[in-house]
Design a protein around this ligand. Structure first.
Ligand code: GDP
Ligand code: GDP
Length: 472
């Protein structure tokens, strides 16, 4: 147990219910009446193998509407002082209230990292209240139901990520003797059935050991089969149709340097399909299907033929679907005018679609294997970059700097102010910015922010999306 988590939020959002669920004992009195008096409690909580000290701040009455009572503030402040991470709950059924806004505004100013959770999300996750929460400026909320035990797998993931960000290893000392006792507790511990169930949920398991989903696409004869054979060689294991893909698709489970990879083999798809359709047309359809299931797509080109309209169409589709793209020039062994070929590709990429600017490309020979060692590191890196998550506090510090360096323009004499922002999505990284007059902000300013973000957070070739929202 190496970290402390404080559950904070206004009364009646479900803090005690969550506390009970995580601690696993029916300790607290849960009542519908806001502010039923309870003591501030601490307990040993856990989610699956993650153990922590939990502080509950329930038991306070709401102060004057729209403000926090002094007692609540003092108690929360004390809890935050003791905690490594704060978990702010709000009631997704009730939506965001002025009290929640005050809480969030206050939490945004503290040093403690905050995870926002939308409680009472059982059944329907996408309630209006869930999306309203972006306006709190604390990032994407985790959808929970404290009462039903839903969403704990997501909370687990976000906790692990946040711990990593603040440099805490939650499994520290796992191999020493004292943790053997913990292990015993893990097996016989006070965890209720529901929660166990949550963690045998296949999604949760999958999320932790999920392979990177990679597709190799390209025109017929670009060298896809050759490449896959060269990459996987004798280890090849055909796993048959992936649920949801067509019967003819093939995926290969493979491991590269310890990283599990699920590879979609569109060449295999084509070879299995009936040959009545024209091959060209078929290969585009294959590519589109594979892209849907992939996170990273390698678009393979025959270097002697260069990039053609059909390839660009696929490239554009990959990026607009939010997948990471790598362009590979194959058959480099037989290319004579290598410099010209590289230049031509770069040229096309800069001149065509703005979103293809900066897309990584490489060249190799799938046949001889020369240069191929660069491919998988690039794939792994692209995957990481597209999954980049910038914490809300870091992002807002960055935003303040960027706006100071280059303030947003005034429109009809009025200053446009971006109050705060947060990353709301990964793949590709997507940010919401809350602004007093979003309609007045010129595109050039948004592009400025995009470029700064890309440079400051080292995200070359990653399309960054910025959504402007109205907010005070
Ligand atoms: P606290 O004041 O923040 O500690 O809130 P409580 O834990 O006392 O919960 C307030 C009310 O919300 C109680 O009636 C709970 O039963 C209810 N509640 C808590 N979690 C959930 C949930 O996930 N779904 C629903 N529908 N109700 C919940
Ligand atoms: P696919 O249709 O995309 O699966 O392409 P194949 O892997 O079947 O390759 C088509 C042809 O290109 C075959 O004759 C391969 O031997 C050849 N080929 C593939 N990669 C290379 C390469 O790197 N260099 C050369 N010279 N030929 C290659």
């Amino acid at each position: 147990m190496v970290f402390t988590l404080a559950i904070v939020g206004r009364p009646n959002v479900g803090k005690s219910t969550l506390f009970n669920r995580l601690v696993g004992k029916k300790l607290a009195l849960v009542d519908d009446t806001p502010g039923v008096t309870r003591d501030r409690r601490g307990g040993e909580g856990r989610i699956a193998d993650l153990e922590f000290l939990l502080i509950d701040t329930a038991g306070l009455e709401e102060g004057d509407v729209g403000s926090l009572s002094e007692r609540m503030k003092a108690q929360t402040a004390q809890a935050l002082k003791e905690a490594d991470i704060a978990l702010m709950l709000y009631d997704a059924r009730a939506g965001v209230t002025p009290m929640d806004e005050h809480f969030a505004a206050w939490l945004r100013r503290t040093e403690t990292p905050v995870i926002l959770a939308a409680n009472k999300c059982e059944g329907k996750i996408a309630s209006v209240g869930f999306y309203e929460a972006y306006a709190l400026g604390l990032g994407e909320p985790v959808a929970l139901s404290a009462e039903h035990g839903d969403g704990l797998a997501d909370l687990y993931q976000v906790l692990v990520e946040t711990l990593k960000e603040i440099g805490i290893d939650p499994y520290e000392g796992e191999n020493d003797d004292s943790s053997k006792d913990n292990q015993k507790n893990l097996d016989t511990g006070p965890v209720e059935g529901d929660m166990d169930y949550e963690f045998i949920d296949p999604d949760a398991k999958e999320a932790q050991i999920r392979p990177l989903r990679l597709a190799i696409v390209g025109r017929p004869n670009a060298g896809k089969s050759t490449l896959i054979n060269q990459l996987i060689g004798e280890d090849r294991m055909i796993t048959g149709p992936e649920a949801g893909l067509t019967r003819d698709s093939i995926s290969v489970d493979w491991e590269w340097d310890g990283l599990p990879v699920k590879l979609f083999d569109t060449a295999g798809m084509r070879k299995r399909a009936r040959v009545s359709e024209k091959l060209e047309k078929l290969s585009v359809a294959d590519a589109l299907r594979a892209i849907q299931f992939a996170e990273v797509v390698v678009l393979l080109l025959d270097a002697e033929l260069g990039i053609e309209r059909q390839d660009l169409k696929i490239a554009e589709h990959v990026v607009s679907e939010g997948r990471a793209l790598i362009i590979a020039l194959n058959k480099w062994d037989i290319v004579e005018n290598r410099l010209d070929v590289s230049r031509a590709l770069k040229d096309v990429l800069t001149r065509s679609l703005p979103q293809l600017k900066g897309v990584k490309f490489l060249h190799f020979s799938a046949l001889t294997g020369k240069g191929l060692q660069n491919l998988m590191p690039m794939v792994a890196e692209a995957n990481e970059l597209w999954n980049a998550r910038i914490s809300t506090s870091v992002f807002n510090r960055w935003l303040a700097d960027a706006m100071e360096k280059h303030p947003a323009p005034s429109v009809s004499g009025k200053r446009i102010k971006i109050r705060y922002g947060a990353q709301i999505k990964t793949r590709p990284p997507t940010f919401a910015l809350f602004c007093n007059r979003p309609e007045g902000l010129p595109d050039s300013y948004i592009r400025y922010l995009e470029n700064e973000l890309r440079r400051d957070f080292d995200l070359p070739g990653v399309p960054i999306r910025i959504l402007m929202k109205k907010g005070q």
